[in-house]
Design a protein around this ligand. Structure first.
Ligand code: DGP
Length: 113
């Protein structure tokens, strides 16, 4: 999508520190990290949010989960990390391209704020 920052990162038009990529997904470090390890895992294809995903996206959503696990391994965080998506403005979503935050490297509180 033309105006989507994450589509631009996926296309290589905007720089990001990419830590994992495959044909369908990409993971890069968050610009505003909330933990010592903070990556964003996204589908290359534009899906605005998890609730915008459709039945035809099921395979891609599965790949996104696997990409997150692989990203955790690349970042040596596989033993303890949190994977979360903010779905909707009130939940904190500021970029309308589906993304999972992968957070690690510090004690993660529960319940989250
Ligand atoms: P959310 O608020 O859940 O939609 O998360 C969006 C995240 O995206 C936020 O933590 C900051 C990050 N972010 C926004 N713009 C950029 C960018 O241009 N590059 C990178 N690396 N991260 C970005």
């Amino acid at each position: 999508m033309a105006d989507c920052i994450f589509c631009k990162i996926a296309a290589g038009e905007v720089n990001a520190k990419v830590v994992y990529e495959d044909a369908d997904t990409l993971a890069f470090l968050d610009l505003n990290p909330q933990a010592p390890t903070h990556a964003l895992v996204i589908p290359r294809r534009h899906i605005p949010s998890l609730t915008a995903a459709e039945d035809t996206d099921a395979e891609l959503l599965g790949k996104l989960q696997l990409a997150a696990a692989r990203t955790a391994k690349v970042l040596k965080a596989e033993s303890a990390f949190r994977l979360v998506t903010n779905n909707g403005k009130a939940a904190g979503q500021s970029v309308d391209h589906l993304h999972y935050h992968l957070l690690a490297g510090r004690k993660l509180l529960w319940p989250p704020g």
